[in-house]
Unconditional design. Structure first.
Length: 317
């Protein structure tokens, strides 16, 4: 009976609305890079639109783990100790750390490709407990089609990733399935930390016709190292996130991460206004942008088809 009472108390606490003058939202990311930073800023913007404004009635905390999973776990424990109204982990490693640290404080994750595979929730429609959020599962089939359209003679796709990131392992499986349908082979190369990205990319030279960088936080944090190798070897490099195109990728079809953050912030606002996170279905981010980089294409020996240039939502000269 006592256990039942405690469970009812916990469930009630998760669904209690908070007063607008006492709101604290704690945000953490595994590393700082443009896509994750944009997601963070989008969360803050959506909260402001919902009436929760930093400096007025919102305390907005932010910590980066600087690419270290151990630090991510420390940040998670620190935030739990501070008892914010909601914790927003950005990226799979940060989400796993936060979900492991609390069953009481509402958690709204974002920029997580595979919430089920990462064991953050057991059901996307009915997550239950204190956790919900937003998935940014990459449209891998569209990425393969984009690669085929821009580089039709490619036979092999080089994939640089951190094998310890659950989202990248899921993306690799999806990429292999879609590549096989398109008659392409996937060649893997692993980098477990940012300092290894250059070497892992160089290991693909001569083995891959194009290189594909997924939304892997370790690899994206050192994206310029991969680009340098691709330019030197004249191997076209594609990105899984559109923010990386300005950093030197030929093209990317993906989400605007500021919009991803805004969609996440809308969920956070619902929790702050009294909805239980476990009753809110996990959403898959909406909207895709096609971004191309003409300068990068030239440096990597690629001629962008006019059909691609015409469809692009953003063209970097």
């Amino acid at each position: 009976m006592r256990a039942l009472v405690l469970a009812l108390v916990a469930a009630t606490a998760l669904a209690m609305p908070v007063r607008a003058d006492e709101v604290t939202v704690a945000v953490t990311a595994i590393v700082e890079h443009p896509a994750l930073d944009a997601a963070r800023d989008g969360v803050k913007e959506a909260l402001a639109e919902a009436g929760f404004k930093e400096g007025e009635n919102l305390k907005f905390l932010y910590e980066s783990a600087q690419g270290n999973p151990g630090t991510a776990a420390q940040i998670a424990r620190q935030f739990v100790g501070e008892s914010p109204n909601v914790i927003v982990p950005i990226s799979t490693p940060s989400a796993q750390a936060v979900v492991a640290a609390t069953r009481d404080i509402p958690v709204v994750f974002t920029a997580v490709s595979d919430p089920l595979g990462a064991q953050l929730v057991k059901d996307m429609q009915k997550p239950g407990g204190n956790v919900t959020g937003l998935s940014d599962m990459s449209p891998v089939a569209d990425h393969v089609a984009l690669i085929k359209e821009i580089t039709p003679n490619a036979k092999t796709i080089g994939f640089v990733y951190n094998s310890a990131e659950a989202n990248s392992v899921s993306t690799l499986a999806a990429l292999k399935a879609e590549a096989e349908k398109a008659g392409l082979e996937v060649v893997e190369s692993v980098a477990t930390k940012s300092a290894e990205v250059q070497g892992a990319t160089r290991a693909l030279v001569g083995r891959a016709d194009v290189i594909y960088i997924p939304t892997d936080n370790t690899i994206v944090s050192a994206f310029e190292a991969a680009v340098g190798v691709a330019v030197e070897a004249k191997v076209p490099l594609y990105a899984g996130d559109t923010d990386s195109v300005a950093r030197g990728a030929v093209a990317a079809l993906g989400f605007n991460y500021f919009d991803v953050g805004k969609q996440t912030g809308e969920i956070v606002a619902r929790v702050l206004k009294g909805e239980a996170p476990g009753d809110i279905p996990v959403r898959v981010a909406a909207g895709t942008d096609l971004v191309i980089n003409k300068s990068a294409a030239t440096k990597m020996g690629v001629e962008l088809p006019e059909s691609i240039v015409t469809r692009a939502t953003k063209v970097i000269e």
